[in-house]
Structure formats: structure tokens, C-alpha cells
Design a protein around this ligand. Structure first.
Ligand code: IPE
Ligand code: IPE
Ligand code: MG
Length: 239
């Protein structure tokens, strides 16, 4: 059975998702504390969000903090939360000005005081943006998100479209990029990436630039996406 999920129209641009990995190793290689890598990583977010629409990306989902990242030392977690707070405070105006709609996905009930409110303010202030939908995943676990969505829908409401809607999926992921050299999903967008093309790069996230994103898009464009069917060119014409 062909689901409409597998045939999402393309006119709104690609949905690219990025597992922004390698900040800590980038910093360690320079003799810097891990936090310096995270600060440099925020600059990469700004760079990538600015150029993404020009490369045909309509939705960009970035993995900033996983639900498993709470396992890190309190000092590192605290630093990441401070960076999130500063990003929301410092970037909202620019995001609104550049037509970027910001959404934050993931749990909000475990975030430090004030951050859920700052997220809500940033989302409201950028709601009219139609150039890029920038989604940032914070305290995010794809397995938890799927479980919560299924529980909300109940057995009667369960369907592919229903679950996608309940996840706020904003369409399937077309291209999933992971920086930092690891080749794993780390509980990111497991449902939405069912037919995503995967692109792994050794580049550490703070070093990831416009040219790297362009390379990933070019790689994606050269892929033959079959969705379980056959490449039209490979099917011989009927005699
Ligand atoms: C990604 O970089 C950012 C977060 C997970 C918050 P890491 O902090 O995982 O960097 P590495 O993988 O240790 O180099
Ligand atoms: C995945 O990176 C999470 C984010 C990039 C936010 P991790 O560095 O936490 O993933 P693992 O531990 O290497 O799988
Ligand atoms: Mg990592």
C-alpha cells in the first residue's frame, strides 16, 4: 500500500536534519574545554540556518540536546542550557527578520526555569516566517516522542498520517546528516527518517561550513530514491 507519507510533495523544499556532533572533540583537539566547542557549534547553527534556504532546504531540524545527554556532567549540561537561553534571547529578532520560523521539539518539563517560556516567546515571535522552518530538538528522544504521540492518539487514532501529525513531523526527512564521524542515529527522528538519505561526514560540527552543506545536498541529489519501487529507467519497456 502506498502511503501519502512516501510521496510528499517537494515544492516546499527539502527537509534536512542534522545530528550536530563533534563539539567536544573539536575543543579537546585544541586544548580547550568542551564548552568552547559548544559555543563554536552555535556559530555553525547560525551559518547553516542562514544559507539553508538558498540550497533548497525548507525545513531544517537540528539535534541540539538528546534526552540521554542529561547523563553528562552537570557543568556541561548547565553550559548547554545557558547557551540555549542565550541563543533564544540573542537570535529571535534575527530569525524573525529573515523569515525563519523557529520550533523547538522535545520535552519541556525538565528544562531549567525560564527556558520553556523563552522558547514559547521565540516561537510566537517567529511564527510568521515562511522562508525556513528551523526546528531545534532539545531534551529529545525519538522513541519517547513516538510513544507519547501513540498514547495521545489512542488505538482508534493510530495510522501513519495520524502518528506523523501527532509527532509534528512537518513531513518526512529527506536528508539526514551526521557530523563528527560517528555513523549512528542516537535516537533521532526514527519515524520521520524512514526513507531519509543518510550522509555522514568526519567534519566536526564547529568546522561544518556552507561548502559541507552544499556537498551533502549534491550527494543527496545524485541518489536514486526508489521508496521500495523500481527506478523508471531500469524498467524495460513492454514489448
Ligand atoms: C554534540 O557534540 C553536541 C551535543 C551532544 C550536545 P558532542 O558534545 O557530543 O561532541 P563529542 O561527540 O563529544 O565530540
Ligand atoms: C547525539 O550526539 C546528540 C546530539 C548531537 C545532540 P551524542 O554525542 O550525544 O551521541 P552518542 O552518545 O555519540 O551516540
Ligand atoms: Mg557526541
Amino acid at each position: 500500500m502506498q502511503s501519502s507519507l512516501d510521496r510528499r510533495p517537494r515544492q516546499q523544499g527539502l527537509h534536512a536534519a542534522i545530528i550536530m556532533d563533534g563539539n567536544g572533540r573539536w575543543a579537546s583537539a585544541r586544548g580547550l574545554p568542551r564548552g568552547a566547542g559548544h559555543r563554536a557549534g552555535v556559530k555553525t547553527i547560525q551559518r547553516v540556518a542562514e544559507v539553508a534556504p538558498d540550497l533548497g532546504i525548507g525545513t531544517l531540524t537540528l539535534y541540539a540536546f538528546s534526552s540521554d545527554n542529561w547523563r553528562r556532567p552537570a557543568e556541561e549540561v548547565g553550559g548547554l542550557m545557558r547557551l540555549l537561553r542565550a541563543y533564544l534571547r540573542g537570535e529571535t529578532e534575527r530569525l524573525a527578520r529573515t523569515g525563519t520560523r523557529l520550533s523547538v521539539i522535545g520535552r519541556r518539563d525538565r528544562l531549567p526555569a525560564g527556558i520553556p517560556e523563552a522558547i514559547a516567546r521565540a516561537e510566537a515571535a517567529t511564527a510568521a516566517g515562511d522562508r525556513l522552518h528551523l526546528r531545534i530538538a532539545v531534551d529529545y528522544s525519538s522513541r519517547d516522542a513516538i510513544l507519547a504521540a501513540a498514547a495521545r492518539l489512542g488505538p482508534e487514532g493510530l495510522s501513519r498520517e495520524g502518528l506523523s501529525g501527532a509527532l509534528g513531523a512537518d513531513g518526512d526527512v529527506d536528508l539526514l546528516i551526521r557530523t563528527g564521524g560517528e555513523k549512528r542515529l542516537s535516537d533521532f527522528l526514527l519515524w520521520e527518517a524512514a526513507y531519509a538519505e543518510l550522509h555522514f561526514t568526519d567534519r566536526m560540527w564547529p568546522d561544518f561550513g556552507t561548502a559541507d552543506l552544499a556537498t551533502a545536498i549534491a550527494d543527496f541529489s545524485a541518489r536514486d530514491r526508489r521508496f521500495g519501487g523500481l527506478n523508471v529507467a531500469a524498467v524495460p519497456e513492454a514489448a
